[in-house]
Design a binder for this molecule. Structure first.
Ligand code: BGC
Length: 725
């Protein structure tokens, strides 16, 4: 688009106050159509004549801001009349809120040094064919707004008693920044998707009044109340109660996550404008007449996330498992807010590449995330350093990167999206970035064909971590080399699909595999075995799988894995005859296990399985998120192995499907389904007398394996039986 609008900003520094940019104009002809093009440095909320221009929130979303900022286009024909005022508030958003408690990186300093700014153009086409454009320029004014403060981590301060009529309007100044940075929005719009009514307000032993929404969500609270001007509402957000049953949010670290609202007179409604919170509980710190005067009707929880279409469903005869499935869905909802984030509550909420990489497959079963990941991967490529280094987080606000299993998001995410949706465009778009990641490794290792000598997160949060360390005991060089091989194999596959010469990568791959085999002749942890098997690197995968099964059993049928091993361990076991053991891990209730948090009342996936320990203590204040989707990656095993629905590499996007269900006696039934662009795929099994009864529905040709017997079927619904062994 050829912008006529200019970036505009306040002519004076407004500190934390959120500016409202305004423009009044008249029209005297009949309007055919009016389109508003709009973006901001920060996050904006726009209205015309007092009515919102969209139901999207937190626009323009989060991208690699140094390279691109999205703009939105809204049809506002219904809002424009003869006398008009456009008003746009612009909060700091991700661009200008301080992110992450660490020392600010040079990238963040650069972004934060820019002023909060707006750019827009209203295009009005009249029925007589004439077109009028109202662009942002120095004829716009700005003033203070009722939003006195708004930041991503700290929350919002709003003064409803602020009289905006009396606010002094000043002329804006234009801000000289390129408009070439503006791109039409992609991904999925961020919206208020749902709302939740709180279940009760309770009084803690400390005497705090706390609202329980019954579900951890990402979003905010909407207030409805009657008050006097100047009355105060103050809310604090938290995820869990402490051991004594008191409100707790020390695990938010430096994120204040507060909401402060000064009332106007009478009945009023308010919800935050430029921020979001991750919470289940809300402590009422102040309320007109005191916290005890608050009632459930005063509060509504608004669930905010990217608007993705739900595609996958899982359910079983086991209520704990069903709660786990639910928690995985909520983990995705809570962390797919334009960018796949680690968590939505503490002072991070960043697009950690490792987390996204381990979860992408599950994400693509649960929801249609093709656009969501395509957008994020573009940012990954833009933020990738010239030497190929991939950031720890994307958008890269930390200006640090290069860890194996994190940077491999560059190859793994495009590949999984391709498999799930079948469009080679994602590979085409990302291919350079994928190759650059391989060159980065090649140029930075201290030993050719292995990856040694640089920093990695290792098997992050591995249960076999030595005391005082976040990193599991698996050797980092082994993990890094395994991913080096895997990423190279994905470059080869992608290159072949794109018709590229991949001989260089084929040679490299062979060299990595033989170096791996020469160097790592034995595997000493569950994660090491898992990677050697899952990436097909061990000389004898069956032998390593036998060893892994043995280790798991000797460990008391317990996981000892972290971020790297956990997503693959069930696959590694079930691929080599240990499906039964994989189920034992999945169904285990005691710590450490997927179900343990469920027994502790979890409504999302926790960062640590012992986020809350048996005795009620917390893991640590430092790193204890109760909404971290990564371990939810186990769902891809349930869809793909237990239910058995898998894409076929040669027919990606479910043009054909492989369905190989694997029932387990500890469950009476399991239902898995996936809505694809070709139609609904369903794989269900249940006990019927001495048999398993399978019901399979496929909209495409399917390769079905039931109890070891293969067959290919045409679209249709089928029933099969096999004896319960
Ligand atoms: C994040 C993780 C992330 C990790 C990297 C943490 O602080 O929350 O999920 O992947 O850092 O080690």
């Amino acid at each position: 688009m050829n912008w006529q609008g200019k970036w505009i900003t306040s002519s004076k520094d407004m500190g934390d106050l959120v500016p409202a940019f305004t423009k009044s104009f008249d029209t005297d002809k009949e309007i055919h159509r009016a389109l508003l093009y709009i973006s901001a440095i920060g996050v904006y909320e726009a209205s015309i004549n007092g009515l919102p221009v969209t139901d999207q929130v937190l626009t323009p979303g989060w991208t690699a801001y140094r390279y691109r900022i999205q703009y939105q286009t809204f049809d506002v024909s219904h809002l424009v009349s003869q006398k008009n005022t456009i008003e746009v508030t612009v909060g700091k958003g991700w661009h200008k809120s301080p992110l992450m408690g660490f020392e600010k990186s040079s990238i963040q300093q650069e972004l934060m040094a820019k002023p909060t700014a707006l750019i827009a153009e209203l295009h009005i086409s009249y029925t007589d064919g004439q077109i009028e454009i109202i662009p942002t320029n120095d004829t716009w004014t700005y003033c203070e707004s009722a939003i006195r403060f708004s930041e991503i981590y700290d929350g919002e301060v709003y003064d409803a008693s602020f009289d905006s009529q009396k606010a002094i309007k000043e002329p804006v100044t234009t801000y000289n920044m390129t408009r070439d940075i503006l791109v039409p929005d992609e991904g999925e719009a961020i919206k208020e998707i749902d709302h939740i009514h709180p279940s009760h307000i309770l009084v803690t032993p400390k005497g705090e009044y706390v609202i329980d929404f019954g579900q951890e969500i990402t979003g905010y609270v909407e207030l409805t109340l009657s008050a006097k001007s100047g009355d105060l509402v103050e809310l604090s957000h938290g995820e869990v109660f402490d051991k004594e049953g008191n409100f707790y949010n020390d695990n938010y670290r430096d994120a204040k996550a507060k909401l402060t609202y000064t009332c106007s007179h009478g009945v009023q409604k308010y919800k935050p404008h430029h921020t979001f919170y991750g919470f289940r509980y809300v402590r009422i710190d102040a309320f007109p007449g005191g916290p005890q005067s608050a009632t459930l009707e005063n509060f509504k929880g608004i669930v905010v996330h990217s608007h993705m279409e739900r595609t996958g469903h899982l359910s079983s005869s086991n209520p704990d498992l069903n709660q786990l499935f639910d928690n995985i869905i909520w983990g995705q909802k809570g962390n797919f807010l334009d960018v796949p984030t680690d968590c939505p509550q503490r002072n991070e909420r960043l697009g950690w590449t490792g987390d996204a990489q381990v979860f992408v497959k599950t994400a693509a079963y649960n929801y249609n995330v093709e656009n969501f990941f395509s957008k994020w991967l573009k940012d990954l490529a833009l933020d990738q350093k010239d030497n190929g280094q991939v950031g720890f987080v994307i958008p890269d606000v930390l200006n640090e990167g290069g860890s194996s299993a994190w940077g491999d998001a560059a190859t793994i995410c495009p590949w999984e999206i391709y498999l799930a949706y079948g469009d080679p465009k994602i590979l085409e778009d990302q291919f350079e970035s994928m190759k650059k990641w391989i060159s980065y490794i090649k140029d930075h290792t201290t030993t050719p064909n292995l990856w040694t000598g640089t920093f990695h997160f290792g098997d992050w949060l591995g249960l076999d971590a030595p005391s005082g360390s976040y990193k599991g005991s698996s050797r980092e060089d082994l993990i890094a080399t395994a991913y080096y091989a895997y990423s190279t194999s994905l470059v080869i596959k992608s290159g072949r699909i794109l018709g590229q010469d991949t001989s260089y990568y084929e040679d490299l791959y062979k060299a990595i595999v033989s170096a791996f085999r020469a160097e790592f002749t034995e595997f000493i942890t569950q994660t090491e075995c898992t990677l050697a098997i899952h990436f097909n690197l061990a000389k004898d995968c069956q032998a390593v799988a036998d060893q892994l099964a043995d280790m798991v059993i000797k460990d008391g049928i317990q996981l000892r894995t972290g971020f790297v091993g956990t997503p693959y361990i069930l696959h590694a076991l079930s691929s080599y005859g240990y499906t039964d053991l994989a189920y034992s891990l999945l169904l285990r209730k005691e710590y450490p296990s997927w179900i343990y948090p469920v027994t502790k009342g979890a409504t999302t996936i926790w960062e640590h399985w012992d986020g809350i320990m048996e005795n009620g203590d917390f893991w640590s204040r430092d790193m204890n998120s109760f909404n971290h989707y990564a371990y939810g990656a186990v769902a891809d095993w349930v869809y793909g192995v237990a239910g058995g629905i898998k894409p076929i590499e040669a027919k990606p996007g479910y043009e054909e499907v492989s369905i190989s269900p694997n029932p387990d006696k500890r469950l009476d039934w399991l239902k898995t389904s996936l809505n694809t662009k070709h139609g609904l795929i369903r794989s269900e099994w249940k006990k019927q007398g001495q048999s398993w009864r399978y019901e399979i529905e496929t909209p495409v040709k399917a390769r079905i394996t039931i109890a070891g017997h293969n067959q290919t079927v045409l679209p249709g619904t089928y029933t099969f039986y096999s004896p319960i062994q």
